[in-house]
Design a protein around this ligand. Sequence first.
Ligand SMILES: [Zn+2]
Length: 286
Amino acid sequence: MDSVEIKLKCGHCEQEYSQETFNFAVALYGVFFLMGKEFGYAGITCPSCLKTIAHKGKINQIEFLKENVSSLVIIENSQHLLNLRYHSSVNFFPQNIQPYKDVDIPHWEAPLDFDFDIMRMELHVCIEENLDLYENLFCTYAFDDEPPMGSFLSVGWFKKDWIEEFIQIENDNSIRIFPRYVPHSLLYENIEQFCWDNHIYLNYIKFLQEKADSQIIKLKEVAKQNNLDFQDILTSNPGILDQNFLEREKNQFVESKQERDLRIPSDFLSILISEPSPVALPLCCQ
Ligand SMILES: [Zn+2]
């Protein structure tokens, strides 16, 4: 594996980065990786100006950087191991963003309430069935040994031409599109789960409904063009989401609002008092 001496300068505020300061930025705001077949990207939020910037390199250099960035960071004279975990951008995956709403950006997503090994297997099947994903695009997920963080996993594959544009959109709107690897923190994870249970899940169900509606429209067109029975095609496509199930889930979430509103303050308070340190420094070595 090639070593890499990182040479990165923020184009917005001129801040220059060594490996050490790069790692420090990762400890604060996380890092995104975009893994291609020959090249890749490692991107951070510049702590000086809070803009997203990215380093491009050969894929083995990016892999080396990923290994290196997961190792040690020195904060207040103590060395800390960064236990980085993949954390998806549930609110801002590309399909949520204009003008990319109708662009077919390959992605795979699922709630993380099931087995990590099964999830990895399904992802591998997805890639084997769509080899183009591996051959020509940049993947946000690097198939780590550690399970992702949070309640939701979203993996995206980006064309090279889109990467600069999405970085620009992140900077123009102060949002996070590319999923970050962030230092694992129980407090962070609990708050994220709290947001998912009380709000984001509803958005996710609405997103699935839109996806199911669009799949149904496409299937109806296929049925019409080929003079086939729509119900027969629907039956032979078990991957199509069940609209009735989604409607039930959505209604249940909306109907439970009053009960949820009553317990939100106490649930949030229990999270705050269960983990006294808001700083995500998982392991101090010195
Ligand atoms: Zn900067």
